[in-house]
Write a protein that binds this ligand. Sequence first.
Ligand code: SAH
Length: 226
Amino acid sequence: MGFSVAIEGPHNEPDYDALRREMVQTQLRARGVRDVRVLDAMASVPRHQFVPVEFRKHAYEDQPISIGEGQTISQPYMVAVMIEAMALTGAEKVLEIGAGSGYAAAVISRLAKQVFAVENRASLALAAQERLTRLGFENVSVHTGDGSAGLRDAAPFDAIVVAAAAPSVPQPLVDQLAEGGRLVIPVGDDQSQNVMMIQKSRGEIVSRTLHHCRFVPLVGRYGFSS
Ligand code: SAH
């Protein structure tokens, strides 16, 4: 009979800090995520606070997790790859489309000046805003609405990241990028996509394919029809 050794803290709760350090080491660093600021941010944001209580123990595993309404908090590695691709320095105004649990917005808020996050499902948007405020992420605001058209009133953005799969790159998101800005977005069909990085410089658009991925669909005016 074998033994399984669980990492546990007081009161038989898992030792979440230890699990988080292990996540950063084995899922991110070992797979080539290099940006130390991204690694540090993901080592500090308490991901287990962003998943439903019954899934807390699984919060640091290498997978997406259900957050209700048929939606998921993305796999930690995909979050890291997409955030690293924005190359944030701390000065940026960032737009995230698909706030979901608010986790990625929390990580981004540690790496940028200000974060606007849009979520079309009102119950998720409200819960994400409440959670971010309670946990002290003060430079993030969550907006309810169709983010496939961006967030015109707060544009332009130094970086935009989309946490849901789009059938093509929504033109409003390109239009709402500041000069030199970067848009990171999964593009493909509803089964399989590639993360694209689109950069605007001197009026030219340069695009690069980063990574194969599988996200829930971006719905709405410039997304898939729901
Ligand atoms: N970044 C999230 C994971 C999001 S999953 C996190 O860290 O938890 C993708 C989210 O995109 C879902 O919550 C879904 O409701 C949302 N979504 C889909 N289409 C959208 C749209 N047009 N505008 C805003 N949010 C959208």
